[in-house]
Write a protein that binds this ligand. Structure first.
Ligand code: G3P
Length: 478
């Protein structure tokens, strides 16, 4: 069927023997936009087999050659930013400009990874035995970093390209092979991106992209004996993956409830613009979005007024027209968001705007006077709805932040750097941003979540290290 995108296996584009496809619904139009292959478990087995054998020779390919191929893929990806961005617009309703940015950022990430990889992996260690008590200088220990084998990459819908390459590039530079399972919304963008790696000329079987239903191949992939590492970004599924996975390194990022703590002395204009950027870009569908504002009471009125004025200026509509707020990814997501909004309404939150929804499009909404008994104080809407809790003290803010089961990022606004550092130390999150909204990038910074927000650290350097293991050879002198 010419209308169904093929999957990528053994260096070729293939049709699944299932004869079935998975529909990708355009979030804005709610019509089927694309179809991808519904791959079978047998096809997964085949891909794993090839990934295993291709990895053996890839690991022996000189590091500089691996880097060269990655640089080539990065350049091809950037050259093809327009069609890839277009599919992002159609599949996940990301505003057109942001879609282009995602692809360019991904090309940069691949190149950075290639550069960082040749430095990190081109260096080993040399240890001498006589530093440990009781030893003479009779043992020389050589250490190097070797690949894990097959890395399984599962990116989420919100950054299908960028969070795919942030797993693919470190895996490949380190000498691993890579099996990619794209999210359904975002699968076509992933296939386009994989095509750039194909054009760069990577060996057959080294990279595969297998599409299909999670219910059919999800567990089969994550529990497959050939997989030596899983890098996953997404929701709760990650918790069940980690429970079922074998004794392999896991890199997971599973969402957050990033708090924005605002002190009395903060620059409120700066806070307001960061709340808009942090809370509403890509309609709040980012793990690192500001998901709860905790503001000291004395400045709350002023801050809420400033944010309200900026919310009024946000444009709402089609991603093609670069509207700030676009349809959320699916109807079930929109329903979930609405559930949180209605719960807050029943419990007496102040609506700074009227709640409005058309299909999957939800207008930006700031909820003031939210209290801890409301679901939205704790749950992540993954939509353009932002709760404000008024707090009496910084401690109250820190306690709220730390009572969350999430611990991805957080931010604090104050002109007092000493206070900011103390608050950062007290916040149980992987990262705290001082005077700026949470964000993963720049992509070489470490990125990690505590508690239910994840396991392992990301960022270029940490990912390369996580996707390798240490190998030592000891020379014993007579
Ligand atoms: O939601 C995915 C997470 O990695 C966010 O990335 O770049 O929007 O901070 P970013």
């Amino acid at each position: 069927d010419g209308d169904v995108y093929k999957y990528y296996s053994d260096g070729e584009w293939k049709t699944s023997s299932s004869g079935k496809s998975v529909a990708i619904i355009n979030p804005a139009t709610r019509k089927t936009q694309y179809k991808v292959q519904a791959c079978t478990q047998e096809e997964v087995n085949k891909v794993m087999e090839m990934a295993k054998s291709a990895q053996k020779s890839w690991a022996k390919t000189p590091l500089w050659k691996r880097a060269e191929l990655l640089h080539k893929a990065a350049a091809i990806l950037k050259d093809n930013k327009a069609p890839i961005a277009e599919s992002l617009v159609k599949e996940i309703a990301k505003p057109a400009k942001d879609s282009v940015t995602e692809v360019v950022r991904s090309g940069d990430l691949i190149s950075y990874c290639a550069e960082e990889g040749v430095r990190i992996l081109g260096e080993g260690k040399f240890l001498l035995s006589d530093s440990f008590p009781g030893n003479e200088r009779t043992k020389y220990c050589l250490t190097s970093k070797i690949p894990l084998g097959v890395v399984l990459a599962i990116p989420p819908f919100n950054y299908p390209v960028n969070l795919a390459v942030s797993k693919i590039a470190p895996a490949l530079i380190a000498g691993n092979s890579l099996v990619l399972k794209p999210p359904t919304q975002g699968a076509v963008s992933c296939l386009h991106m994989v095509h750039c790696f194909h054009l760069a000329g990577f060996p057959k079987g080294l990279i595969s992209c297998i599409t299909g239903k999670g219910s059919e191949i999800g567990d089969f992939l994550t529990m497959h004996p050939a997989v030596n590492c899983i890098s996953f970004t997404g929701g709760d599924t990650g918790i069940s993956i980690s429970k079922k996975a074998g004794m392999i390194p896991l890199q997971m990022e599973l969402g957050g409830k990033d708090a924005c703590i605002v002190l009395e002395d903060a620059d409120l204009d700066l806070v307001a613009s960061n709340i808009i950027k942090g809370g509403f870009s890509y309609s709040g569908q980012r793990c690192t979005a500001v998901k709860v504002v905790l503001v000291i009471k004395s400045v709350a009125d002023e801050l809420v007024e400033k944010v309200k004025a900026k919310v009024a200026k946000l444009t709402v509509g089609p991603p093609e027209e670069n509207c700030d707020i676009t349809a959320v990814v699916s109807e079930s997501s929109a329903n979930f968001i609405e559930g949180l909004v209605m719960d807050a309404k029943d419990k007496g939150a102040t609506f700074c705007q009227e709640y409005k929804r058309e299909g999957n499009l939800i207008w930006p909404l700031l909820l003031d006077n939210v209290r801890p008994d409301m679901r939205i104080a704790w749950e992540e809407p993954f939509g353009p709805v932002l709760p404000v809790l008024r707090i009496n003290s910084v401690e109250e803010g820190i306690n709220h932040c730390n009572a969350s089961n999430f611990g991805l990022q957080g931010c604090v606004f104050t002109k007092d750097i000493n206070k900011a550092i103390l608050i950062s130390d007290a916040m149980e999150t992987g990262t705290v941003q001082i005077n700026s909204a949470p964000a993963r990038g720049p992509d070489h910074f470490p990125f990690q979540g505590l508690k239910d927000s994840g396991i392992g650290s990301q960022g270029v350097t940490n990912s390369i290290n996580l996707m390798t293991k240490v190998k030592t050879t000891v020379i014993n002198l007579p």
